[in-house]
Write a protein of this length. Structure first.
Lengths: 133, 257
């Protein structure tokens, strides 16, 4: 093996393999680094039909359009303006967290709300039949 | 000469490939294949379904977690590590959760493809106390910083349900409808090609895993158990995703493709 290592050709091969190894490291770590992902609404759009895309001056108007949306404090105290995007039958355009013995329905309705601070919140299983444009 | 040396050269090449750190890193990921958001988890989960868990904390190792490769447009993926308190009441969704940790993801809003501190909160319509709330899916909110290698804490800080997530985020009692009864410390991914935890040559470590059994009480060691392995569909987690007890309050996880 020693005699082979001294061979310039083998040294070249080793060098090339070394470069390939470095490339692999970069590919694993950095290929997509720095590329901002599209927002979750865009991700949902890839999976499901758009039902609504609204900008509301106040979150209090949410229930005028989505009367069956829940009323947690996080929403009732949100303020405005907010952006609301709803999809029917998305394949959970949101990260799914499930545990043993549970099963997430593959198709659910999703309502995406962007609050005044730019934070996005995702409600699923929202009954959209009662949506009022 | 060339023919005679070929086997030796092949052997050398094999040795170089085997020894290359790049190859070791590449072996923990694969091409994205599931369209995104198919979650898997691996780590520790409380073995109780009654009583309360008022705090959870652990040191999450500073490690650059790896995402699946060659994603299609809009395809989600993630590799994260979490400390969580949950209202994981039997029969109800584990989306009843407050969690804090580190990680990266693609596609979903509020996350980044580089490592950041992340947090999340969720609840499920129908869980006792959550009637009329709808369902808020827990999804990562990305901070502007990264503090891997430090202790991450979820603590109930008042007798109601306000939680502090490490030192920077509060989830108000008004925004928690479920009752805490579960601790989970785990890695999570969204695509089969993502690396769940570290890799063969560099496991991802959770250390100093502790919990509070009583409100404001002392911190107690958690067992260093790998008793939490799950897939979104309830199926069996693939055997390439590994977890090992590292003694009291510590586990390590890795992907071995």
């Amino acid at each position: 093996v020693k005699s082979i290592v001294r061979s310039p050709r083998v040294a070249l091969i080793v060098a090339l393999l070394g470069v390939a190894g470095v490339s692999s490291v970069l590919a694993a770590n950095e290929t997509f680094g720095g590329v901002e992902p599209p927002d979750v609404c865009a991700a949902s759009e890839a999976h499901a039909p758009l039902v609504a895309d609204l900008t509301l001056p106040s979150a209090r108007l949410l229930w005028d359009h989505f009367p069956d949306l829940g009323r947690p404090p996080l929403l009732t105290e949100m303020g405005g303006p907010i952006r609301v995007v709803a999809f029917s039958g998305a394949r959970d355009g949101v990260p799914i967290v499930a545990r043993p013995g549970t099963s997430t329905p593959p198709l659910v309705n999703v309502v995406c709300i962007v609050d005044p601070d730019g934070e996005e919140w995702y409600f699923n299983n929202v009954p959209l039949d009662s949506y009022r444009p | 000469m060339r023919m005679r040396d070929a086997p030796t050269i092949a052997l050398l090449c094999a040795i170089v490939l085997f020894a290359s750190p790049g190859m070791a890193l590449a072996a923990d990921t694969a091409a994205c294949s599931e369209g995104g958001y198919f979650s898997r988890g691996l780590g520790y989960g409380s073995d109780i379904w009654s009583g309360h868990r008022h705090g959870a904390r652990a040191v999450l190792q500073d490690q650059n977690l790896h995402l699946c490769t060659s994603p299609r447009v809009g395809e989600g993926s993630a590799s994260t590590a979490w400390v969580a308190i949950e209202g994981n009441i039997a029969g109800y969704s584990p989306w009843n959760i407050v969690q804090v940790g580190i990680g990266k993801c693609r596609t979903a809003s509020g996350c980044s493809t580089t490592m950041h501190d992340i947090w999340s909160v969720g609840w499920v319509e129908g869980t006792p106390g959550c009637s009329g709330w709808g369902t808020l899916v827990p999804s990562p909110h990305t901070t502007a910083f990264y503090s891997g290698g430090h202790r991450f804490t979820v603590t109930q800080i008042s007798s109601n349900k306000t939680y502090r997530l490490s030192s920077y985020q509060y989830v108000r009692d008004e925004d928690v409808c479920w009752t805490n009864n579960f601790v989970e410390i785990f890695n999570e991914t969204w695509d089969k090609g993502d690396a769940l935890g570290g890799y063969v040559g560099n496991h991802f470590w959770f250390t100093q895993m502790e919990f509070q059994e009583t409100f404001g009480g002392s911190w107690r060691d958690l067992a260093g158990l790998c008793n939490d392995r799950w897939r979104e569909d309830g199926g069996t987690l693939e055997s390439i995703f590994k977890c090992r007890s590292e003694g009291t309050g510590a586990i390590s996880t890795w992907t071995d493709r």
